[in-house]
Design a protein around this ligand. Structure first.
Ligand code: AMP
Length: 225
């Protein structure tokens, strides 16, 4: 996919395992956006052993949400530093977070261009997530069913052994799905009401979903700009 720098502000929603991270990276490459993933930010804090990392690690391990006050502060600080267009992946995840984001953007004279939601059924989520492994060294993500590494248990790009995210075990995935339905699903109605919302079927191959997502952005936001 070619990179064409666009000044877009996008939120991507989707239940765990819907492929948010993968699609977010592709979109950022294609449209020249800064990728702001709150999950990645938190994991970086945890692996660097910062005080924030220590505060949040239990929430991630259990598959619970980190408190809104912490998340709003973290996300707004990163948004403040971002130059040009960006894509928020994993934030907001609750209505209060969405309202705070709205207030923050208004105070900067900005607004969201679109909210995308990747939709996937529960059975597929569990199958996908429990087979997701990644490289602790370069971050490359593999799926034992749809995108296995060339040599079992090894990264294709570096000599590291693949690891599983501690929150990708089946019990934790089920808990994360419940949390998504209870706390994040209400954002669909919130953003639909603001006419910013587009749904994409994520029960397809990665390439097909990427084409569909880019098509939605081109057919809606870019067609209006
Ligand atoms: P993700 O990589 O987006 O699946 O996020 C991994 C975990 O980080 C989530 O299960 C939560 O524990 C935490 N997290 C990430 N973003 C948020 C957020 N916006 N609000 C609360 N917790 C979050």
């Amino acid at each position: 996919m070619s990179s064409e720098k666009k000044d877009l502000r996008i939120v991507i929603l989707g239940c765990p395992g819907a492929g948010k991270g993968t699609q977010a990276k592709r979109l950022c490459q294609r449209f020249g956006l800064t990728h702001l993933s709150t999950g990645d930010m938190l994991r970086a804090e945890i692996s660097s052993g910062t005080s924030l990392g220590k505060k949040v690690e239990d929430y991630l391990r259990r598959g619970s949400l980190v408190p809104d006050t912490i998340m709003v502060e973290l996300a707004c600080a990163k948004l403040d530093m971002a130059q040009g267009g960006w894509l928020l992946d994993g934030f907001p995840r609750t209505l209060p977070q969405a309202q705070e984001l709205q207030g923050f953007l208004t105070s900067c004279g900005h607004k969201l261009d679109i909210v995308l939601s990747l939709e996937l059924k529960e059975g597929e989520v569990i199958k996908r997530l429990t087979s997701r492994w990644s490289c602790p060294s370069c971050g490359e993500v593999y799926n034992l069913l749809s995108r296995p590494p060339k040599a079992a248990g090894k990264c294709d790009r570096c000599p590291a052994a693949l690891t599983q995210r501690p929150d990708d075990t089946e019990a934790t995935v089920r808990r994360r799905l419940m949390v998504y339905e209870d706390l994040t699903r209400p954002l669909v109605a919130y953003y639909r009401g603001e006419h910013l919302f587009e749904e994409v079927d994520a029960d397809r191959g990665m390439e097909e979903v990427a084409q569909a997502v880019a098509g939605v952005i081109e057919g809606t936001v870019l067609a209006r700009k």
